[in-house]
Design a protein around this ligand. Sequence first.
Ligand SMILES: [Zn+2]
Length: 289
Amino acid sequence: MNCRSRSACGSWRRSELSERYCKPPLSNARKSMKLGFEESQTAYTNGSQKARDLTERWFHAWGYCPNCGDPKIVRFPNNSPVADFFCNTCKEEYELKSKKGKLSNRIADGAFKTKCERLAASNNPSLVVLNYDLNNLSVVNLLVVPKHFFVRDIIEERKPLAPTARRANWVGSNILLNQVPASGKIHIVRGGILRPKELVLAEWKRTLFLRQENLEARGWIIEVMKCVEAIGKQEFQLDDVYAYEAKLSGIYPRNQNVKPKIRQQLQFLRDKGYLDFVGRGTYRLRSQD
Ligand SMILES: [Zn+2]
């Protein structure tokens, strides 16, 4: 069971949409991404249908693949079970969630059980969050969470729908963006400003090493990445990371060797070029510039 029903989970219902999409603009027009929507292109008058139509059209027309840089993103046929778009070149799949107004840390997503089951799947889609201003009909933020950042902790179980609901007792999910490290939230557009494509592609590549790891290993690495980010310094000490021992013990209560586990993750992140060891107990995050 997938979640494509607005009434069920707050996202927009796929079956309500038609196939009336325009061809994307010519590749030379893509050189300057346009952040405004073409309101005249939509036939919908219902607010949520119109918003979904406009945002999907916009992403189809202007979005590019952050994995390989291909300027063309292809739509799956409506009612595809999980993803919305894919890249013909590298086959990366994307799920698009759009949100008007302020960008929140909770993004309503599909059925909780399905989201959890798909965590380890190789074709689990990466998440694209498109945040827009309904008054200006323009994109404010466009960010991508690569699929390798999807671990159990970022999926929140929602309360079952009421027995009287059309999809009685259906359980949806929320994606918790505040549980994703900053390096896993790659902005293509931030605050209404388009970021350089080269930077987006470099940020994507920077954490691709996570894809080689299984779900459990990724969980530990991502938690340590979050601790390192929380320190808030490019150069930091091992003790700075050890300060999060209690927090990590809370997440992994069965692990009795949290400090060695921390060192192991830091060594792994060094081996993958995410950070450097610069002296006894001193580490430095690699600059992306
Ligand atoms: Zn691609």
